[in-house]
Design a protein around this ligand. Sequence first.
Ligand SMILES: *Cc1c(COP(=O)(O)O)cnc(C)c1O
Length: 376
Amino acid sequence: MADPSSLIRGEIRSIPPYNAGLTLEEVRATYQVDTIAKLGSNENPLGPSPALRRLFSDIGELARLYPDPQGRALCTRLAASFSVDSRQVILGNGSEDLIGVICRSVVRPGDTVATLYPSFPLHEDYTALMGGRIERVPVTENLTIDKAALLAAASRKPRMLMFSNPMNPVGCWLTPDELAAVIAALDAETLLVIDEAYAEYAAGDDYPSAIDMLKGKDIPWVVLRTFSKAYGLAGLRIGYGVVSDTGLCDFFNRARTPFNTNAIAQASAVAALEDLDHLAQSVKSALTERERLKTALAAAGYRIAPSKGNFLFIDAGKNASDLAVALLKRGVIVKPWKQPGFETFIRVSIGSREENDHFLRALADAEDVDAAKSAG
Ligand SMILES: *Cc1c(COP(=O)(O)O)cnc(C)c1O
């Protein structure tokens, strides 16, 4: 066949393939390790609520029929919990699906989309796909959000201001006052998209629920959430957006595929919302383990970014991709960061206590081998 690349739009050709984490099978096959700590994708070590096991005994009937294209049972439940109209809630095949829907709906060639840097790759990739131009707001030297630069970017009236809070991969966040200042700097020409994939881990006095702060404000906004992280449903692919008004949400609904979320995912999400104990236990275990891991890593001399997520962004002080391979050989999957300026950082998910200990042992062992090499 002839080279198909001339058929494909330039925006797509210039997007690098998504750097998805390795699967257990890949690591087993490539590195011949038995016990693996999968700490590269921010999954929840507790998995889904036990309520899902009951649900899966009914799976045949759910599989047979088309799902509700609006996912009304789930949207109604979510709308009630945020005190919004259920027509302000949109479901996605993971929140990543909704990032694509939003970009397809609003980003025109040449439009500016401002985001934080280092970035969540899909915020940049879907923008690039639509021919938009990314404006990056880098974190400060201390690995916190540069509030002044973010406000300046907001006041330049980009088509869209899209970032995660808490911010992936670094873990930093905006406090209520800081978020209020960002909101005040925007006007109706800019769509504000706050990706709150880690909100459940961050909830507390110094972390705002953007939905509550944005309600009634005279700007267009979307807050994205997901069941992939604290609810432990990454494999089912379901996330949602709460949108400033029903009219805007209706347009977004037109830009998605009609059956973008499947019946099993919808029913699982409803069941997961009922099990608040499981959510609380997942969050508590992640926060306890995150602090334990931080203490151990700080004692070993690593620089670690402040984090409100279920992950830590760690400066290894050397090429992170090499370190990641050394960890793979010892059965641990982490994510080495590859964006310019951050090639010495790894992002490690907070796993179970056993997985985290596995990571700490593997890290110490990899460093020892390295030290022995440079000494010899
Ligand atoms: C994990 C993550 C997502 C993707 O969530 P899915 O619902 O699994 O698609 C979106 N945004 C950020 C910032 C994330 O870290």
